[in-house]
Design a protein around this ligand. Structure first.
Ligand code: 5GP
Length: 139
C-alpha cells in the first residue's frame, strides 16, 4: 500500500483523527478504534516500517524505550490487573495494518479475552534443531 493511503501514516500526519496519548519526535501512541478492552493503545514509530524485522535498531530502541512508560500510564489510568504487549507481523499472525505497531491491551482477572494460547511439547531433538537454525539465521 502506498504510504499516502496508509491509515497510520495519516494519523501521524494528522490527516485523520485519533485519540493520541503520547507523542515525541519519533514515537506516537493512540487509542485503538476497535479495542479489546478499555484503554487498548497502539504504539508506533513516526517513520513507517511494515514489520518489526524491517525496523532499524535505532527506531526499535526509540519505541522500546517508551513502551514501558506508556504501558504504565495505560495501566494506571484503567486500573487493570495486567496487560499484554503484542506485535502482530504478517497476515498469518493477525496483522491487518502494514505499519509496525505494538498493542498495549489492559487485562483483568477472568476477562475471558484469552488466558494461555495452545502449546505442545517438542519431539526429541527438535528443540535443538530449531534453535541451531535460528542461530544460523541471526544477521
Ligand atoms: P493489527 O491486527 O494490524 O495488529 O491491528 C491493527 C489495529 O488497528 C486493530 O486493532 C484496529 O482496531 C486498529 N485500527 C484500524 N484502523 C484504525 C483507525 O483508523 N484508527 C485507530 N485508532 N485504530 C485503528
Amino acid at each position: 500500500m502506498a504510504e499516502q493511503d496508509c491509515i497510520f501514516s495519516k494519523i501521524v500526519k494528522g490527516e485523520i483523527p485519533a485519540q493520541k496519548v503520547y507523542e515525541d519526535e519519533a514515537v506516537l501512541a493512540f487509542l485503538d478504534i476497535n479495542p479489546i478492552s478499555d484503554g487498548h493503545t497502539l504504539v508506533i514509530p513516526k517513520q513507517k516500517y511494515e514489520k518489526l524485522d524491517e525496523c532499524p535498531a535505532e527506531v526499535l530502541g526509540q519505541l522500546a524505550s517508551k513502551l514501558g512508560k506508556i504501558a504504565q500510564a495505560v495501566a494506571a489510568a484503567t486500573g487493570c490487573d495486567g496487560y499484554n504487549v503484542l506485535c502482530n507481523n504478517g497476515r498469518a499472525a493477525g496483522q491487518l495494518i502494514d505499519y509496525v505497531h505494538f498493542h498495549i491491551i489492559p487485562r483483568n482477572e477472568g476477562d475471558g479475552v484469552f488466558h494461555r494460547w495452545p502449546h505442545f511439547q517438542y519431539p526429541t531433538g527438535k528443540i535443538e534443531e530449531i534453535a541451531a537454525k535460528i542461530r544460523e539465521n541471526i544477521k
